[in-house]
Design a protein around this ligand. Structure first.
Ligand SMILES: [Zn+2]
Length: 373
């Protein structure tokens, strides 16, 4: 029922696009949130998308190079930016957009979306005001977002330009992504969240986790901020497509519940007078999400070519062998073990996997991993 309702909105949008009604719908307020689904609440919010667009273009302007490309992301599609559409903008629009980019270059481009408190607060506030057409409260008092500095004027000034030129395509890409992952969330979401909470000896949040779907997220394609727990995920990143979308969602959500793992690793390290290994907990949640989802997604009829790459972490470019329908976890497909986590994989398979299989305890598994470091 629910799925059909969500699909109907999406279908209406598609029909409108093909029947020439797109300009009307692009300017009309299309409901930014989807649902209801279990576990997650998806949003394709105008302001959060505009903010990430400006941040992305500002960093691009400065040639802030991202970390080396993930090996699996060879299918990366180029996402159109305002620069690609420059010839279609009026001089006034160009100048306004340029001003906004400059503001982002000066104020935000050297800050990290994941770690900088100003950027985290701004992103969350923009999400909360997604139903507003402007952020100053001039037309509607409840739309005064009370944002710091001049960011309100900056965003309000370029909102019509973004809405006219980039937003319709980006919103459509976001909605397409949500429509694709929603059936998986509906079928598997509750079970996976329970299993992950059990594994991490944690409680899954009793509220729906907000997921902001955006054309651009951060360099990793998705990131999660805490208090409140919110996920931002790119609908256009090649690594987030197909069945992998479900894994990325649960990996990100695990950031919010895997604290007991971090604490246990730190405790064991202190007891053995060892330095706390950087990122072991992160490799562990990647590994765990992949292993939990593998049996559920293998032989999935929705698999894409990106899902079918080699499961051999030492030879990620090698095509999958006989078992072509086995789901390849993100950490393997994107070559993360080769990028500094190679020592973690044997520890995880030797000591953590028995815990996942029910033949070791949580504490023993962590203790053995740490003592073997
Ligand atoms: Zn992560």
């Amino acid at each position: 029922m629910v799925r059909w309702a969500a699909k109907r909105v999406f279908l209406m949008l598609e029909i409108a696009v093909f029947s020439g009604l797109a300009p009307f719908l692009a300017s009309a307020q299309v409901e930014p949130r989807f649902g209801p689904l279990p576990v997650f609440e998806f949003h394709s919010g105008f302001w959060v998308n505009l903010h990430h667009e400006l941040y992305f273009e500002a960093r691009d302007r400065l040639n802030k190079t991202p970390p080396p490309a993930r090996s699996g992301s060879t299918l990366q599609n180029k996402v159109r930016t305002m620069q690609d559409l420059a010839s279609t903008l009026t001089p006034v629009e160009q100048a306004a957009w340029e001003n906004a980019i400059k503001y982002y270059v000066v104020n935000y481009s050297d800050k990290d979306l994941l770690f900088n408190l100003d950027l985290i607060l701004l992103k969350n506030q923009l999400g909360d005001f997604e139903d507003c057409d402007e952020l100053s409260g001039v037309h509607k008092k409840t739309c005064d977002a009370g944002l710091p500095g001049n960011i309100t004027q900056v965003l309000d000034a370029v909102a019509p330009i973004y809405r006219a030129h980039l937003w319709p395509d980006q919103d459509r890409a976001n909605r397409r992504w949500v429509a694709r992952v929603s059936p998986l969330v509906e079928e598997q979401g509750a079970g996976i969240s329970q299993r992950l909470a059990d594994i991490y000896q944690a409680k899954w949040p009793d509220y729906k986790i907000r997921v902001d779907v955006t054309a651009h997220a951060n360099w990793a394609g998705a990131y999660t901020t805490l208090d409140p727990l919110r996920v931002t995920i790119s609908s256009t990143d090649a690594a987030n497509q197909g069945d992998a979308a479900l894994e990325v969602l649960f990996h990100e959500a695990s950031h919010g519940i895997a604290e007991p793992v971090q604490n246990a690793i730190a405790r064991e390290c202190r007891q053995r007078d060892k330095p706390i290994p950087r990122d072991l907990w992160h490799a562990l949640i990647f590994y765990t999400t992949g292993e939990v989802l593998k049996p559920l997604l293998s032989n999935s009829p929705t698999k894409t070519p990106a899902d079918r790459r080699s499961s051999d972490p030492l030879h990620p470019d090698r095509p999958a062998g006989n078992d072509k329908d086995e789901y390849i976890p993100y950490v393997v497909r994107e070559g993360l073990y080769e990028r500094g986590w190679n020592t973690y994989l044997p520890l995880l398979t030797r000591f953590w996997q028995p815990y996942l299989d029910g033949t070791a305890t949580f504490d023993d598994a962590i203790a053995r991993m740490v003592s073997s470091l």
